[in-house]
Write a protein that binds this ligand. Structure first.
Ligand code: MG
Ligand code: ZN
Length: 236
């Protein structure tokens, strides 16, 4: 067997094993009634800032927690812990994405049934996180106004595996001359019908082009998703 074929086979086996663990995690999350949201983006798009603010605000009337992946540091966990929510860091070392097994290990000792929302911040990377199911209910892909408008065209796969696109740093849009219309079109070209939320960790609510933006519309989406998930569970 040539080495390339062997590599592909090993890789498929690893992915398959990941899916088995992810499926089991999803079952546990549903049983516990916790909504699990993963965040993916390139480094610096603002996952941690958005998450810290989300934990702080959502945590006022909900039980929230987070896992955060990083290659080398625990800085993000420290920043997130400022929200007062339980947070665990997953240091991945040389692995540039999270895998279901890492999530499973990081959750040891946590009572899932005592949570309403669990967030998983992936390592900053728009490539391989697309291939790894973490058992989440939904995946949010972030793109920041400071990154330009073409991320969806460059990384179509991650947009296709995500459920919601979140445009971050919306407060900086005019400063960096972000072409909002082009960004929205690029998202729809890659993933027709994709839901888009425009946020800023620093702004509660505003209006842009007739659409509400800021952190509140994002929080409303989360609450709405959890209510929907619980209703489906009851109807089973
Ligand atoms: Mg981060
Ligand atoms: Zn990777």
């Amino acid at each position: 067997m040539n080495p390339q074929t062997r590599l592909v086979e090993v890789r498929q086996k690893v992915l398959k094993q990941n899916d088995v663990i992810a499926r089991e995690l999803r079952r546990q999350f549903q049983e516990a009634g916790v909504l699990v949201i993963s965040l993916v983006s390139s480094p610096g798009a603002g996952k941690t800032s958005l998450l810290r603010e989300t934990l702080r605000r959502l945590g006022e009337s909900n039980r929230v927690a987070a896992l955060v992946g990083d290659l080398a540091t625990e800085n993000d966990a420290r920043r997130l812990a400022e929200s007062g929510a339980p947070v665990r860091q997953i240091v991945t070392g040389t692995v540039c994405h999270l895998e279901a097994e890492m999530v499973k290990t990081a959750l040891q000792g946590w009572r899932l049934d005592e949570l309403d929302f669990l967030f998983i911040e992936n390592v900053g990377n728009l490539v391989c996180p697309a291939s790894y199911d973490l058992g989440e209910d939904f995946r949010a892909v972030l793109l920041s106004t400071t990154e330009g408008e073409d991320k969806p065209l460059k990384y179509p796969t991650i947009f296709n595996t995500a459920d919601v696109a979140v445009i971050t740093k919306a407060d900086l849009a005019s400063v960096v001359e972000f072409d909002r219309q082009a960004a929205l079109e690029n998202i729809q070209r890659v993933r027709p019908g994709m839901r888009v939320v425009e946020v800023s960790a620093k702004t509660a609510r505003g209006t842009k082009g007739g659409t509400a933006w800021g952190i509140e519309p994002w929080l409303e989406l989360l609450v709405e998703r959890r209510a929907g998930a619980l209703a489906r569970e009851v109807a089973k």
